[in-house]
Design a binder for this molecule. Structure first.
Ligand SMILES: Cc1ncc(C[n+]2csc(CCOP(=O)(O)OP(=O)(O)O)c2C)c(N)n1
Ligand SMILES: [Mg+2]
Length: 279
C-alpha cells in the first residue's frame, strides 16, 4: 500500500517531466527553441523518485545538477513557466535567460546552475555541504564521474562524513561513446574504496527507495542505470527501441495512469503554447 502511493507520486512527477520534454522536443524541431538543449526524457524516474523520497523524509537538499537537468528541476518543484521561458531565452526565465538548458538555477528549490564543465558540480557541491553541513544532493553523468576532481571530492565527503547523496545518472554514454570503451572500472566500487556506501542499481523507483534509509545520514553514491531517449543535445532519436522506464510504470498502474498522463499532455501543450505566444 505504501509502495503504491509512492509509485503514484513518482509517476505523476515523471508524467509532468516527460510531457514537458515532448513539447521541448517539438519546439526544438520547429526552431522555436534556439539554444543548445539537453533533454532528460527517459531518465526522469531518477529525479522523480529522489524528489518523492525527499518530500516523504522532509528533507530539502541543496541540489547540484549537471547539464541534463530539466527533470531534476521539475521534480523538485521548479516553476514550469520559468523553465519554458528560460529555454526561449527570456530574461523572465529561471536563470534570467542567461543559463539556458544546461545551467538551470533556482533559489526557491536551492538548485545551483551548472557551469558547463563536466563534473565540477561534484567538488562545488561537496564544498557547499562541508561549509553548511546541509543535506546535499549531487548529480553527475557516467562520463563526468571520470573527471579527476570528482574523485578528490568523493574522498573528502567520505573523510568528513558529509550528509551527501551522489547520484550517477548512468545512461552508459558520453555523447555517443559507451562506458566499456572509456574505462574498465565502476564508480560505485570507487566509492566503496573511499569507505563510503556505493551501489549499482536500476532506475526502478522501488529499487531506489530501498536505499532511502541511508539518505543524508552519511555519504553514499548510487550509480543508477538508465536510458536516454533522445540525442545528447537537440531533438533527435538514436533508436526507437530504447527501454523506457516510464512506459513500464504507467502500464503497472493501469488505465487511470493513462488518463492522468493524457491530461498532463494536454495541459503541458496549452502551457507551452500560451507562454510562447505571449512572448
Ligand atoms: C570538462 C569537460 N570536458 C568535456 C566536455 C564536453 N562534453 C559535454 S557533455 C559531455 C558528455 C557528458 O556525459 P555524461 O557526464 O555521462 O552526461 P550525459 O550527457 O550522458 O547526461 C562531454 C564530453 C565538457 N563539457 N566538460
Ligand atoms: Mg552519460
Amino acid at each position: 500500500m505504501i509502495n503504491k502511493k509512492y509509485l503514484w507520486d513518482v509517476f505523476k512527477k515523471i508524467s509532468l517531466c516527460r510531457n514537458f520534454e515532448l513539447d521541448a522536443f517539438k519546439y526544438l524541431n520547429e526552431k522555436k527553441i534556439k539554444i543548445p538543449t539537453y533533454l532528460s526524457a527517459g531518465q526522469e524516474s531518477i529525479s522523480a523518485s529522489l524528489a518523492v523520497i525527499c518530500e516523504n523524509i522532509k528533507v530539502k537538499p541543496l541540489i547540484f545538477a549537471q547539464h541534463r537537468c530539466h527533470s531534476t528541476y521539475l521534480s523538485f518543484g521548479g516553476s514550469i513557466d520559468k523553465l519554458i521561458l528560460e529555454l526561449l531565452g527570456s530574461n523572465k526565465g529561471c536563470s534570467y535567460g542567461m543559463g539556458g538548458s544546461a545551467s538551470i538555477h533556482s533559489e526557491k528549490i536551492q538548485m545551483y546552475g551548472h557551469d558547463g564543465h563536466m563534473g565540477t558540480q561534484v567538488p562545488i557541491g561537496t564544498g557547499a555541504c562541508f561549509e553548511s553541513k546541509k543535506p546535499t544532493l549531487v548529480f553527475m553523468g557516467d562520463a563526468s564521474a571520470e573527471e579527476d576532481y570528482v574523485l578528490g571530492a568523493l574522498g573528502w565527503a567520505s573523510t568528513k562524513k558529509l550528509p551527501m547523496l551522489f547520484i550517477v545518472e548512468d545512461n552508459n554514454l558520453s555523447i555517443l561513446t559507451e562506458k566499456k570503451i572509456r574505462r574498465n572500472w565502476h564508480i560505485h566500487k570507487v566509492a566503496k574504496s573511499f569507505n563510503m556506501k556505493g551501489y549499482n542499481i536500476s532506475d526502478n523507483p522501488l529499487e531506489i527507495k530501498k536505499y532511502e534509509k541511508y539518505f543524508f545520514k552519511e555519504p553514499m553514491l548510487l550509480n543508477i542505470n538508465t536510458k536516454r531517449l533522445f540525442w545528447h543535445a537537440g531533438a533527435g532519436i538514436d533508436s526507437n527501441k530504447t527501454f523506457d522506464r516510464f512506459k513500464l510504470i504507467k502500464k503497472s498502474l493501469g488505465p487511470k495512469a493513462e488518463i492522468k498522463d493524457n491530461k498532463n499532455l494536454d495541459k503541458m501543450k496549452r502551457l507551452w503554447k500560451r507562454i510562447y505566444e505571449k512572448q
